[in-house]
Design a protein around this ligand. Structure first.
Ligand code: UD1
Length: 335
């Protein structure tokens, strides 16, 4: 049976997607270099699914190692998650970010082409829309105007994939623009486990709730939103993972195309909505203080999820309560 190569498969979104793929009978091969993940996450994917898969500890900068993977396995498609994703760090380390997020994709595409594997699902981000003039954001909304190397790296790879498709339309490409994934698998075995102090909201909240961090800084309460705090489209990571299955199905069914989809819920929640819902469903206090705005943040960002619903039948099913409960369940479980 032909296999799907999942790069960055030990990471947060990668592990959840591996579970959904295995549960649906897909065979997978996983690549990761554990730059922001641990081997135990893959063990837990096996535990949840009762299925096994081949794993390669490889950095995608290494073209020879990529060749070995394609030589040793009958790969029909790649889902590419492998990337750095800390916005602040990307400003400090642009060379590392462009190398890891752009050069490695070029290596991957080059080796895919050499091995005649021309189907790819790419992890992009709503960050490519910059500061949106209008919400909800559709796939036709203007892109660019990214404010940090992380965002620019996603924008660049999108452009590379579009140019690639223009040059050779036998490629099948799905670009998925994620909004804000939170939550964890209901088993509590996999979830978001950053190797350093979290920069994103939910991973920070769980550390405050568990007493590992003192309090949350709410970055700004003077935005033009219902309560002054930033509004985002939070999507449960399991829903997001299912979005990748839908994308693969689309590429398998129709083939021959480049498709771009927003993966979000279409609902916007504020920072205080998240804190309040987290406290309520988990019956635990989250200490916070209002702090100045974070540089580069925008007021409001949420998706128009219609295109993904119509074209690939993608619909986020889980609620904000599910997201808050599952994030906390994972945090309790790993400690
Ligand atoms: C950011 C990136 C996005 C990236 C995502 C996941 C931008 C514009 N977006 O999204 O590209 O894919 O991270 O890595 O850079 N907040 C607090 N206190 C905190 C942390 C966050 O108040 O300690 C607030 C933020 O100001 C924001 C909301 O919570 O309003 C969500 O922040 P975060 O989880 O970092 O995600 P984004 O900034 O939306």
């Amino acid at each position: 049976m032909k296999k799907i190569l999942v790069t960055g498969g030990a990471g947060y979104i990668g592990t959840h997607t591996c579970v959904e793929l295995l549960n649906r009978g897909y065979e997978i091969v996983v690549l990761d270099n554990f730059s922001n993940s641990k081997e135990s996450a893959l063990e837990n994917v096996k535990k949840i699914t009762g299925k096994d898969f081949k794993f390669y500890n490889v950095d995608m900068i290494d073209k020879k190692a990529l060749d070995t993977i394609f030589d040793e396995n009958d790969i029909e498609a790649v889902i590419d998650f492998a990337a750095y994703k800390a916005v602040g760090e990307s400003v400090e380390k642009p060379v590392e970010y462009y190398t890891n997020n752009v050069s490695t994709v070029l290596n991957l595409l080059d080796r895919m082409k050499a091995h005649n594997v021309k189907k790819i699902v790419f992890s992009s981000s709503a960050t490519v829309y910059g500061d949106p003039k209008v919400v909800p954001i559709t796939e036709e909304s203007p892109t660019g105007g990214t404010t940090n190397p992380y965002g620019t790296s996603k924008y660049m790879v999108e452009q590379i994939l579009k140019d690639l498709y223009k040059s050779d339309n036998t490629w099948d490409i799905a670009i998925l623009r994620y909004f804000n994934p939170i939550g964890a698998h209901e088993s509590g075995l996999i979830g978001e486990a950053p190797n350093s102090i979290p920069a994103n909201l939910m991973p920070y909240i769980v550390k405050v709730a568990s007493g590992k961090l003192e309090k949350l800084s709410v970055f700004g309460n003077d935005y033009n939103t219902k309560d002054g705090t930033g509004v985002r489209d939070y999507i449960h990571v399991v829903d997001l993972a299912v979005g990748h299955i839908k994308a693969i199905e689309k590429l398998n069914k129709e083939g021959k195309g480049l498709f771009i989809y927003n993966l979000g819920t279409g609902k916007g929640y504020s920072v205080l909505d998240i804190v309040n819902t987290f406290e309520k469903v988990n019956n635990i206090k989250v200490n916070y203080t209002i702090a100045p705005r974070r540089k580069g943040d925008i007021a409001t960002c949420f998706a128009d999820p219609e295109k993904a619903r119509k074209e690939i039948g993608f619909e986020a099913k889980k609620t904000l309560e599910d997201m808050c409960r599952d994030s906390w369940n994972f945090e309790k479980n790993i400690n």
